[in-house]
Design a binder for this molecule. Structure first.
Ligand code: ATP
Ligand code: MG
Length: 579
C-alpha cells in the first residue's frame, strides 16, 4: 500500500468529525465504513478513493445518477477523489458514442472526475497477473465448452464437478494461455479459469472463467487482443490499480464480493473493498440499458434523448435540473434492500427546484379567442408582471395587452357546471395583471363549438384590482393575439401504462405496456412575446400549467417547448396523507 497523494490533501478523522455537526448528512452504512476506515487508518494516509465504472454500452439513466451521486458524494465529503472508469472489457457492445455521452452526462450532473480511466488500459497488467495466478497454481486453461462448464457447475444444493483439465501442469497452462493470446484458437475453444473451489456454496467461487477468446476489434485496443478478461476478474483488479479504497456497486454483486477479495489476496495487491447498495427502481420507469436500447433501436421512442426516456440526456431535454436530481438522490439515500420508489417523488424534486428559479410567463396551450368589445381598437398597453414571486430579485417585465386576446379553451364554459368559477356568460373574472372582464356573448362554428367569446372590461380595474373592492372568484391567464408567438408544445406523459412496465401477460414483452398517448403535440400554442427567442434549455413556469423548457428543435421565432412536469404535486399529497 502506498500513499499516492500528499498526506495533507485529505482531512483527518477528527476534521471529519468536526465537520459533521454543522453539515449534517444522512448517515448510511457506506459512510459509516469510511469513517471507521479513517479512524483505524486502514489505508494509512491515503485519501478516500472511489470510482464510477459505467460500461460504455448505452446512455446513463437516473439509476446511474444515484450511483454517481454516491461515488462522487462520499469522496467529496471525506476529501477524497473519484475516477471515471469505463468498464470496457466487452468489445462487442461498446462504442465511442456512449463514452462521449457518459462524460457529458456526469459533468452535467455536476461532477468532475480526478482521472479518466479505462479498464482496457490495464489489459497488459491483467494479463501479467493471470500469468502469475497460473504460476502459483491458482488458474488453469480449460478445454471444456461453455455448455460443459455450465453442466459441471452444480447447483445451489449440489457441489460442482471438477474439470478433467483442472490439474494441468503449470508449464502446459502457461503454454496454452500464451497461445490463446497469440490467436491460435477460435472463439470459445478454451478459457482461463481461476482455481478456487468447485464445492463452494457460492457458485461464483466454483472456478470462475477469467479469460475468454474473442476475436473482436476493441474500441480502444483495436486488434491487439483476442482474449478478454471477464468482469469479475477485471473489476476488482482495476480498482486495486487505481488504489480505490471504497468500491460501490449494486446489490446483485454481493455474492461476487468473496471472489473480488480472493483475487486481490492471491495477487497480494492494494486491498480495495467492495460495498453493495440498493438499485434505484421507479414506478412507470425502466432502468435497464438493454431494454432502453431496444426502445431506441426499434424507434419506439425518438432516440436516447427522447424526453420520455429515463436517461440523463432524456430528462435533461425534458427540463430536469441537475440540482433536482442531486436533491432527489440525497433524499433517497442508500440501503441494503431493493425497493421501488414512486415516480411522483422524483417529480416532486424537480418542481421544488424549478419553483425557486423558473421565471413565470403566460402561455395559452389551447387558444380560445376573446374580443373585448369596449376596449379601444388599436390600443396596446404594457401591463407589469412579476417574474417570480419566490424570488424578488427576478424583477418584473412588461406584457402587452390589447383588444383581442387568447385564453385557454378550458377557462370558458357556455354552461358552467356547479363550482366552475372561470369565465362563463355573465360572469366576471380577472385577467392576470390586467383587468376584470365579463363574458357577454359567443360566436360558434357550424359544429356548434364556441370559437370566440365577446366580453367587456372595466377600465377601473387596471392592474387587476377593483377600486370598489368587489371580488372575483378566479384569475385566468391570457396572451394578446396581435403579439402572441406561435410555438409547438410537447406534452409528455409516462412512457408506460403500468407501475411495473415488466408486468405483462405471458408471452408478451414490456413494450406491450408502452402508452401510445405518452406524447401529445400541440402545434400552435400562443406565448407571450418575451418567449420569442428563448434559448435552448431555458426553463419557465407557464402560469397555471406547469414547467416547460425550450427544446433544441426550436427555430428562431418559432420555439418548441417540452413540458417538464405539471404543477400538481401528487407526491406532496401522498406525504401529507402518510404524515
Ligand atoms: P444494465 O444492467 O442495465 O446494463 P449496469 O448496472 O450493468 O446496467 P453499468 O454501466 O455497469 O450498468 O453501471 C455503472 C454503475 O452504475 C454500476 O456501479 C452500477 O451498479 C450502477 N447502477 C446501474 N444501474 C443502477 C441503478 N438502477 N441504481 C443504482 N445504481 C445503478
Ligand atoms: Mg454492469
Amino acid at each position: 500500500m502506498s500513499a499516492a497523494k500528499s498526506p495533507s490533501s485529505g482531512p483527518t478523522t477528527s476534521e471529519v468529525a468536526d465537520k459533521s455537526p454543522s453539515e449534517p448528512r444522512p448517515s448510511n452504512f457506506i459512510r459509516d465504513a469510511i469513517i471507521e476506515d479513517l479512524k483505524t487508518k486502514k489505508y494509512g494516509d491515503a485519501v478516500i478513493q472511489t470510482r464510477f465504472p459505467p460500461e460504455p454500452n448505452g446512455y446513463l439513466h437516473i439509476g446511474h445518477a444515484k450511483a454517481i451521486c454516491l461515488d462522487f458524494g462520499v469522496a467529496d465529503e471525506f476529501g477524497g477523489k473519484t475516477n471515471l472508469r469505463f468498464d470496457d472489457t466487452n468489445p462487442e457492445k461498446e462504442e465511442q458514442e456512449y463514452v462521449d455521452s457518459i462524460m457529458k452526462d456526469v459533468r452535467w450532473l455536476g461532477f468532475e472526475w480526478e482521472r479518466l480511466c479505462y479498464a482496457s488500459d490495464y489489459f497488459d497488467q491483467l494479463y501479467e497477473w493471470a500469468v502469475k495466478l497460473i504460476k502459483d497454481g491458482k488458474a488453469y486453461v480449460d478445454d471444456l465448452s461453455a455448455d460443459q462448464i455450465r453442466q459441471h457447475r452444480g447447483t445451489l444444493t449440489e457441489p460442482g464437478k471438477e474439470s478433467p483439465y483442472r490439474n494441468r501442469s503449470v508449464a502446459e497452462n502457461l503454454d496454452l494461455f500464451e497461445r490463446m493470446r497469440q490467436g491460435e484458437f477460435p472463439d470459445g475453444a478454451r478459457v482461463l479459469r481461476a482455481k478456487v473451489d468447485m464445492a463452494s456454496p457460492n457458485l461464483n467461487m466454483r472456478d470462475p472463467v477469467i479469460y475468454r477468446i474473442l476475436h473482436a476489434e476493441h474500441h480502444r485496443t483495436g486488434d491487439k487482443w483476442c482474449i478478454y478478461p471477464m468482469y469479475d476478474y477485471a473489476h476488482g483488479q482495476s480498482d486495486s490499480i487505481e488504489q480505490v479504497t471504497h468500491s460501490m456497486c449494486t446489490l446483485e454483486f454481493e455474492d461476487h464480493r468473496p471472489l473480488y477479495i480472493w483475487f486481490i489476496q492471491q495477487l497480494g495487491i492494494f486491498p480495495s473493498m467492495q460495498y453493495e447498495f440498493d438499485r434505484l427502481s421507479l414506478t412507470y420507469t425502466l432502468l435497464s440499458k438493454r431494454k432502453l436500447l431496444k426502445l431506441v433501436q426499434e424507434k419506439l421512442v425518438n432516440g436516447w434523448d427522447d424526453p420520455r426516456m429515463p436517461t440523463l440526456s432524456g430528462i435533461r431535454r425534458r427540463g430536469y435540473t441537475p440540482e433536482a436530481l442531486r436533491n432527489f438522490c440525497a433524499a433517497i439515500g442508500v440501503s441494503k434492500t431493493n425497493g421501488t420508489l414512486e415516480l411522483a417523488m422524483l417529480e416532486h424534486f424537480v418542481r421544488e427546484d424549478l419553483n425557486k428559479r423558473a421565471p413565470r410567463v403566460m402561455a395559452v396551450l389551447r387558444p380560445l379567442k376573446v374580443v373585448i368589445d369596449n376596449y379601444p381598437d388599436g390600443q396596446v398597453e404594457e401591463v407589469e408582471a412579476v417574474n417570480n414571486p419566490e424570488d424578488e430579485s427576478a424583477g418584473k417585465r412588461k406584457v402587452p395587452f390589447s383588444k383581442v386576446i387568447y385564453i385557454e379553451q378550458d377557462d370558458f364554459r357556455e354552461e358552467p357546471p356547479k363550482k366552475y368559477y372561470r369565465l362563463s356568460p355573465g360572469v366576471e373574472v380577472r385577467l392576470r395583471y390586467a383587468y376584470f372582464i365579463t363574458a357577454k356573448s359567443v360566436v360558434k362554428n357550424d359544429q356548434g363549438e364556441v370559437i370566440e367569446v365577446h366580453c367587456t372590461y372595466d377600465p377601473a380595474t387596471t392592474g387587476g384590482n377593483a377600486p370598489d373592492g368587489r371580488k372575483v372568484k378566479s384569475t385566468i391567464h391570457w396572451v394578446s393575439a396581435r403579439h402572441a408567438v406561435d410555438a409547438e408544445v410537447r406534452i409528455y406523459d409516462r412512457l408506460f401504462t403500468r407501475p411495473d412496465p415488466n408486468d405483462v401477460p405471458e408471452g408478451q414483452e414490456f413494450t406491450a405496456n408502452l402508452d401510445p398517448n405518452s406524447l401529445e403535440v400541440i402545434p400552435s400554442a400562443k406565448l407571450e412575446p418575451s418567449l420569442a427567442n428563448a434559448p435552448v434549455e431555458a426553463r419557465y413556469q407557464f402560469e397555471r400549467l406547469g414547467y416547460f423548457c425550450v427544446d433544441p428543435d426550436s427555430k428562431p421565432g418559432h420555439p418548441v417547448f417540452n413540458r417538464t412536469v405539471a404543477l400538481k404535486d401528487t407526491w406532496a399529497k401522498i406525504e401529507k396523507r402518510a404524515g
